[in-house]
Design a protein around this ligand. Sequence first.
Ligand code: NAD
Length: 330
Amino acid sequence: MIGFALLGCGRIGRVHARNIHAHPGAALAACYDVAGPAAAAVAAELGVPQAHSIEEALANPRVQAVLIASSTDTHVDLIARSARAGKAVLCEKPVDLDIARVDACWQAIAALRPLVMLGFNRRFDPSFRALRDRLAAGEIGRLEQVVITSRDPAPPPAEYVAGSGGLFRDMTIHDLDMARYLAGEITEVQAMGANLIDPAIRAAGDIDAAMLVLRAASGALVHINNSRRCAYGYDQRIEAFGAAGMLQAHNQHPTTVESWGQARTRAMDPVQDFFIARYADAYRAELDHFIGCVATGAAPLAGFAEGREALRLADAALESMASGRAVRLS
Ligand SMILES: NC(=O)c1ccc[n+]([C@@H]2O[C@H](COP(=O)([O-])OP(=O)(O)OC[C@H]3O[C@@H](n4cnc5c(N)ncnc54)[C@H](O)[C@@H]3O)[C@@H](O)[C@H]2O)c1
């Protein structure tokens, strides 16, 4: 039984709290949030202890692993403190918004050889994982192209955008990690962004739509398309195209019922509304994978280095958008 401390009990923290509580190999030994009522709500819902400081959570002898689901600007500090306390860490993406802080964090803890996994949940989505495994098994031959579509249902509030690090570091970072997961190391990034949706996002200095083209060391090309608004829900699709065929993972719907009539055929429910519903299975599988790594000492599918690489690609996308040129990565 792996004892967890949960640091951060907001939107995604509550998802993880319920998954830890429900997992037969895990127990939520402490939950903490700087906003006391957020932690108190999780403690009351699940009947688990609330910690009143990070020190208290990390000193708890039942705690072997820490799940960091607090605001992004706290991640590097909490990773370092947890690693120094000898805990395994599952930290939400991104590691940080500043690659220098990411590197400083790793330098400070590398000698401890900590187990740090990044919450790139899409790697654990059953459909995306199956697509990747079948690609790796050679089902479509040599990979030539990947198309990743990732569109949010509605723009976030302006105050969220202001602290998000921008679309590439906040949203595209998942797709950049998926690009590496499917196509391997990326050597070139070209990005264009636009303000097509929400004037408040432009006012905050960010973009709300983007298209990126990446080149992998293998020669494969990857196209990522992002939007902060999508009229039909949370649009999450992947297509891998190879010499011998194509693998596609489609959107998911609450039910598979189709309506056929005079006006339209094959009409289905809207696609899943957002990440909590769409990736419910992925968050559970991600946690299960992490628990297996803690139990066996195996390296996680997405470690600290994956978090760093995805951020490096997001920074390259920003540079490309600003310069209008492709950015080559060493
Ligand atoms: N992988 C995913 O699908 C996914 C989805 C959503 C959010 N996230 C990431 O998870 C993190 C949290 O996002 P959210 O949407 O849940 O935000 P949120 O604002 O709903 O929750 C964050 C919580 O962290 C708390 N907090 C802030 N500083 C803290 C500290 N030092 N110690 C403990 N708690 C602290 C806040 O009080 C708040 O309750 C972000 O880094 C975000 O990028 C990942």
